[in-house]
Design a protein. Sequence first.
Length: 387
Amino acid sequence: MTQIDDLNFYIFGLHAVIGFVITAVLIVFYSFKVEKVEGISNNLFQAYLILGVVAWVGNILRDARILEVEISWSAAGYALVSAILLFSVYEYTRQKILASIIIITHLIIISYFLLSPDYTSLFLSFSFYGLILYSIIFFGLSKKAIQTRNVGYAFISFASLIVIGSSIIQIYIVIDSQDFELVYGFGLMHSAIGFIMVGLGFGAILLFDKQKQLTNLALYDPLTGLMNRRGMDFTLGVSLDSAKRHDKCLSAIAVDIDYFKNINDTYGHDGGDVVLIQIGKLLSSHARSGDICCRFGGEEFIIVLPDTESDNALQIAERMRREIAEIQIDFDRKTINLTSSFGVATHCGGIDVDYLLKDADKALYKAKETGRNKVCHSNDIEDCNTD
């Protein structure tokens, strides 16, 4: 095969735009110090960007007649970076059997591109390859964009749609007129636009993931994984509206680990953290769908129980109290035994969360004041359950 001449569709400005976009994406990537983004492989995506830039530089050098390389090598490079893109955005492709099938298939495709006897075979196989592979990427990432509401995946799926449309046009041109310059021009344009869109998509994914991390830091306790006070307030809106409309009850359970300072003094803060994590797991395991479990601060936890009257709230609190008293936490070749005190409050109808929590805290204070390892309800604060 020989070089293709007079590429009217080849606009070198596309390469400059690509360079700026990819540079911006990499700057964002390293500025955020992103280690892992859920659902994609950072290392593979970096490889996609770097190899893509290398391939485009090769195109520039070849078409400027600085580098004597057949166009079939461009097609092979396209297949290579497309395969890396597939691996980077699809977690299931990392399964060993499927990954092996994809790798072997691409080795065969790349070999065919390099050994194609004429332009008709090369451009038809190249176009069908783009049509099939990017259809897979489009449908998969469109679904992922809807599920995650991450606009970054929508960018990449749109880039795939551009490649699909261009591939269809290329197939038609090859079959109808065999105008290879026109086919090559479409290939260059869709590759350039697609590459830019994928780079922007990855940048948007990083921004979305960073926003998610910041939201989690604002609403969740990093040690136990439970909500913090802000997260609880943010989530309570629906429960409060429902209680007000239907005159339902809302209960709150305040939990405090007894003598937690002694635990910290005896086992150190690492031991204290282990205790907090275990208590957080136990409390969240008792939380029903719709219940809100949060770490209120220090060794105090709050569980808010929508549509729950006082008797049920007392039963739940007593069950948790007994389980905490029975658990033994192994730490540093020692066993930590502990108990907790519980304060329960129940309000119905028009509910003020601050007053509800204050009543639960008063009941908790009474449980601690009268011996700890007890459950007290604010409605009958003088009668506390004991073990």
